[in-house]
Design a protein around this ligand. Structure first.
Ligand code: NAP
Length: 348
């Protein structure tokens, strides 16, 4: 690709939006040329607004002015890091106006016509995009990435699906940055565990089954296994941990489960952002957010502590970067997938 594709960011000022800006600065295919956020940020140059990442703000982005959610001025490909309250209405409006929206928001993930994608798990579901366009009469479209905890479960379960998944039980310990900025009040979070995250358990249970589902003429048929999730918020900056137990129909030996995790982990998506999706760490004290969250630039999920579970057969621990693998990096990988199969350039 000789010239980079111009892209925009909806919600460029939030936690995910800033990570998108940072990760796209040196992207080989995409160039950020357009930014939008709420009326609170509108009219300011991006460089005049608060920046909360340790790396300096990319200079070219700093010079851009933040505009309103107006598709008329936006490029053909836009990332959405909008709060769901804004994404509900704005994303379909952009799609109707011919923009392809690569969204982090929960708003349209479970829409039967919207692909919910993790490229290493279900890249074939992207075929839904053509059906979405035809059914809605849109020249653009919406493609989504999953909830930041659901992606951990989906990657682990995808590695094991050859054994026949029967049941999944997952308890999550989720980082503060998952709540956006300013997120959870410090006095609630410090030295504490909060045993409720609104809507999170339902998202993990439903999105995992859609991601592992099968695409047929009727749409995505959810995977037939059951998922039970419990979610907690813990005082960690970045990195969601998932304690997963799984029942497998074939009752494989632990060594075969481990081999399947290793084999899946070795298969990076053939895209610029593709890295090992999983890595198994042979240390009973790992994975830990402090040590492992940045693995693979934040795109590799760390897995450890595989052992027998007296209830479901197998249990393990998975850890992933919620803002990268769970949001900004996931969206960029999805955009790479969309472009690589020609679905943006065909309409541009
Ligand atoms: P955030 O820090 O609260 O940022 C929200 C963004 O949406 C800001 O840019 C904000 O603009 C904009 N916004 C809010 N209301 C708006 C409105 N009415 N019109 C236009 N723009 C509006 O949230 P975040 O953590 O970045 O999350 C962004 C999205 O990604 C959410 O849908 C979230 O659920 C999802 N997500 C987040 C994570 C994570 O780990 N943080 C992971 C997966 C998915 P202003 O700055 O101008 O207010």
């Amino acid at each position: 690709m000789r010239e980079r594709i111009p892209v925009g960011i909806l919600g460029a000022t939030g936690v995910v939006g800033q990570h998108l800006v940072a990760r796209l600065a040196a992207h080989p295919w995409f160039e950020v040329v357009w930014l939008a956020a709420s009326a609170r940020s509108e009219g300011w140059r991006y460089g005049e607004l608060p920046w909360r990442l340790p790396a300096p703000m990319p200079e070219r982005t700093a010079a851009l002015r933040v505009g309103p959610l107006d598709p008329a001025t936006a490029p053909d490909l836009v990332f959405s890091a909008l709060d769901a309250s804004a994404a509900d209405e704005a994303e379909p409006r952009f799609a109707r106006a011919g923009r392809v929206v690569i969204s982090n928001a929960r708003s349209h993930r479970m829409d039967p016509l919207v692909p919910l994608i993790v490229p290493e798990v279900n890249a074939d579901h992207l075929a839904l995009l053509e059906r979405q366009r035809a059914a809605r009469g849109w020249s653009g479209g919406i493609v989504t990435n999953p909830n930041c905890a659901a992606v951990l479960v989906a990657l682990v379960i995808a590695a094991l699906r050859q054994f026949g998944i029967e049941q999944v039980a997952v308890t999550t310990l989720q980082a503060l940055s998952g709540a956006g900025y300013p997120g959870v009040a410090a006095l609630d979070a410090l030295g504490n565990v909060i045993p409720f995250i609104d809507g999170e358990e339902d998202k993990i249970e439903r999105e995992t089954r859609k991601l592992l589902g099968t695409l047929d003429d009727t749409g995505v048929v959810d995977a037939p296994f059951t998922v039970s999730a419990q979610s907690t918020r813990v005082p960690v900056e970045h990195g969601h941990m998932a304690l997963i137990s799984v029942a497998l129909a074939d009752r494989p030996a632990l060594a075969d489960v481990r081999a399947a995790l290793d084999a899946f982990g070795a298969r990076a998506a053939a895209l610029p952002g593709g890295v090992a999706p999983l890595v198994y760490i042979d240390d009973p004290h790992r994975p830990q957010p402090k040590l492992d969250v940045a693995r693979g630039g934040g795109m590799t999920v760390s897995v450890g502590r595989l052992r027998a579970c007296p209830l479901l057969g197998y249990k393990l621990v998975a850890l992933g970067h919620n803002v990268v693998r769970g949001a900004a990096g996931a969206a960029i990988l999805n955009a790479e997938l969309v472009v690589s199969v020609g679905r943006v350039l065909a309409s541009a």
